[in-house]
Design a protein around this ligand. Structure first.
Ligand code: TMP
Length: 236
């Protein structure tokens, strides 16, 4: 398979064309961004760590019944993935309060949410990813009701698999964001799962092991991602 031009350049990843209609290449860069691109830095090794982390998690998710776009690792920074038509909606599950829900609802960080809560956001940096509901998605035609139901059930199925996986590594899965797309008419998980798009706390100390280290200027960002990878058994 031949790798072609850059089709899309996101804040941390690029999507490269291939000569196969069903596949594209996801290239993980070292670029790190927060606050919808306002804060940006290059963090050495981050692309490689996230590429390998994502490969590990996507394979676990597929084995647990969450169909996704991951095919195989191509190199330290690149993975072959299915060519999805992306749905511009971010699905967030929260097991513990942190981040925007604390600001929006005036609640303290660190409260257990039983049952976990679910939120939808429109993927639009210029608008700071506004929260939307299922009626917005229907009225503006971003996805069908069936697709939203499928995205929601797959996001919760992922929660069961991932919570257990991180628990065994002594880590709390606080919250995470997933993005989906269409592949031959089926809704499948796309984008990535890495510490860039979730919150992970050490179960004993509640130390942050995710992108909040970058957002909050705590330092040791990639070192924390590597620590999580090591505990999960991801080979780096
Ligand atoms: P939030 O607290 O900022 O709403 O984010 C909830 C979780 O989803 C957190 O783990 C970060 C992740 N997330 C992203 O990675 N990108 C996004 O654009 C959004 C809205 C959330």
């Amino acid at each position: 398979m031949k790798i072609g031009a850059e089709l899309y350049r996101g804040k941390a990843k690029s999507v490269l064309d291939t000569d196969d209609a069903d596949f594209v290449v996801m290239h993980f860069r070292d670029d790190t961004s927060a606050f919808d691109g306002e804060k940006k830095e290059q963090l050495a090794r981050k692309g490689e760590v996230n590429n390998k982390f994502n490969a590990f998690v996507m394979q676990r998710l597929a084995a647990g019944g969450v169909p996704n776009h991951f095919e195989r690792l191509l190199s330290s920074n690149e993975s072959l993935v299915k060519r999805l038509q992306m749905i511009p909606i971010e699905c967030v599950v929260r097991n513990i309060t942190a981040g925007s829900i604390c600001r929006r609802l005036g609640v303290a960080e660190g409260m257990d949410l039983n049952p976990p809560t679910f939120e939808l956001f429109l993927k639009n940096d210029a608008l700071h990813d506004p929260m939307v509901n299922e009626y917005h998605i229907r009225s503006f035609g971003w996805a069908s009701d069936e697709e939203v139901a499928r995205m929601k059930s797959l996001t919760f199925r992922a929660n069961e698999i991932l919570k257990a996986m991180f628990k065994d590594a002594g880590i709390l899965l606080v919250d995470y964001k997933l993005e989906f797309g269409r592949f031959h008419g089926e809704v499948v998980l796309g984008d990535e799962f890495s510490p860039d798009g979730c919150r992970l706390w050490d179960a004993q100390t509640r130390n942050k092991l995710d992108k909040d280290r970058f957002r909050q200027g705590l330092g040791g960002v990639v070192e924390a991602y590597e620590e999580v990878a090591r505990r999960l058994g991801v080979s780096l």
